[in-house]
Design a protein around this ligand. Structure first.
Ligand code: TYM
Length: 346
């Protein structure tokens, strides 16, 4: 390769990339940890690219009809949460072939030892890891491909994805080192705010998750006002009053979780929430939280319902987003092939 062909590109422009799996209905955790912040990044005027990662979803079996519906529903959730397809690129991963292509190339850069350290694989594969799909194991390399394909510099995620973004940095560094280039940036995980790990409403030590068998453990973005209020009223708590200081929440995971949720929904700090509710019991706090949650979330579920009535319109948005994503991704994956020594002659 001649010097002029060497892609030295150390000045990467600020660009946000993030993704959500359409493998089930989205939850309050996805909203506070991801969607709400996706819209904020867009509103800051940074270039933002958001992806429904259907290739990740199929690392565990998905009913095809349900996957199609959930992908459209997740797209509706993005839009209802303030992601504007005119200002952000919004698309589903499988429509942009470069994701799978770069994932393969990065599979050849990532090391088995690195993959073996991924806690999410261990959690998801459980005791029966031999029966897990090869895709589930390679999942973090596909995620690295998602991010690096756009030379993204910032990745807003919840706390559970931090290890995967750090792996992405390692893969980028190894690629750059192995080929003597500065081609891929080292993306920063953005884990910000008070709701980076929203916990289950039934057990304050477990993450709120779309895959929890108990529907009462989570608030779904499709829940109506009554259901939201009922789930908050029934949330597990201890009998004590709320403390006036943050320190008092230390050994009270359920109380801490509800205070954090309140703070994130109200754009307050947990200390401000305790300033208002310290010394009061859950008999006062839960109805206030329920009212706040309904005020913030019910319009989202209503808007999602409206958007879902016209699936063709959602598909059109995803198609246009995929075209825009492809225009950025294609030259980058082509360049990656070149750097690695593959003949490109078409
Ligand atoms: P996924 O689909 O599990 O979750 C999507 C986003 O929601 C956040 N999140 C939460 N945040 C706070 N509290 C919770 N209880 C909670 N549950 C979920 C997640 O941290 C995430 O930000 N591997 C990713 C998807 C992905 C991706 C990417 C993300 C694929 N490629 C590239 C960023 C960049 C995942 O499974 O997220």
């Amino acid at each position: 390769m001649s010097d002029t062909d060497t892609p030295i590109n150390a000045n990467f422009k600020p660009r946000v990339f993030s993704g959500i799996q359409p493998s089930g209905g989205l939850t309050l955790g996805n909203y506070l940890g991801a969607l709400k912040r996706f819209a904020m990044k867009q509103d800051e005027g940074i270039e933002t690219i958001y992806c429904l990662v259907d290739l990740h979803a199929v690392t565990v079996w998905q009913d095809p009809e349900a996957l199609r519906r959930q992908t459209r529903e997740a797209a509706a959730a993005f839009i209802a949460s303030g992601v504007d397809p005119q200002r952000s690129i919004l698309f589903n991963q499988s429509q942009v072939g470069a994701h799978a292509e770069l994932a393969w190339l990065l599979n050849c850069v990532a090391r088995l030892g690195w993959m073996n350290r991924m806690t999410q694989f261990k959690d998801k594969a459980g005791k029966n890891a031999e029966k897990a799909s090869l895709g589930l194991y390679a999942y973090p390399a596909l995620m690295a491909a998602d991010i690096l394909l756009y030379h993204a510099t910032m990745v807003p995620v919840g706390e559970d994805q931090k290890q995967h973004v750090e792996l992405t940095r390692d893969i980028a560094a190894k690629f750059n080192h192995d080929f003597g280039v500065e081609f891929f940036p080292a993306p920063e995980p953005l884990i910000e705010g008070t709701a980076t790990r929203v916990m289950s409403l039934r057990d304050g030590t477990k993450k709120m998750s779309k895959s929890d068998p108990s529907d009462a453990s989570r608030i779904n973005l499709t829940d109506d006002a009554d259901t939201i209020a009922k789930k908050i009223r029934k949330a597990t708590t201890d009998p004590a009053e709320l403390p006036s200081e943050i320190d008092g929440l230390k050994d009270r995971p359920e109380a801490r979780n509800l205070v954090n949720i309140y703070a994130a929904l109200a754009d307050m700090t947990p200390a401000q929430v305790l300033g208002e509710y310290g010394g009061k019991g859950f008999g006062t706090f839960k109805p206030a939280l329920a009212e706040l949650a309904v005020e913030k979330l019910a319009p989202i579920s209503t808007e999602m319902g409206r958007l879902m009535a016209d699936p063709a319109e959602i598909d059109a948005v995803l198609g246009q987003g995929a075209n825009k994503a492809d225009a950025i991704a294609r030259p980058i994956v082509e360049r990656t092939y070149e750097i690695m020594g593959m003949v490109r002659s078409r």
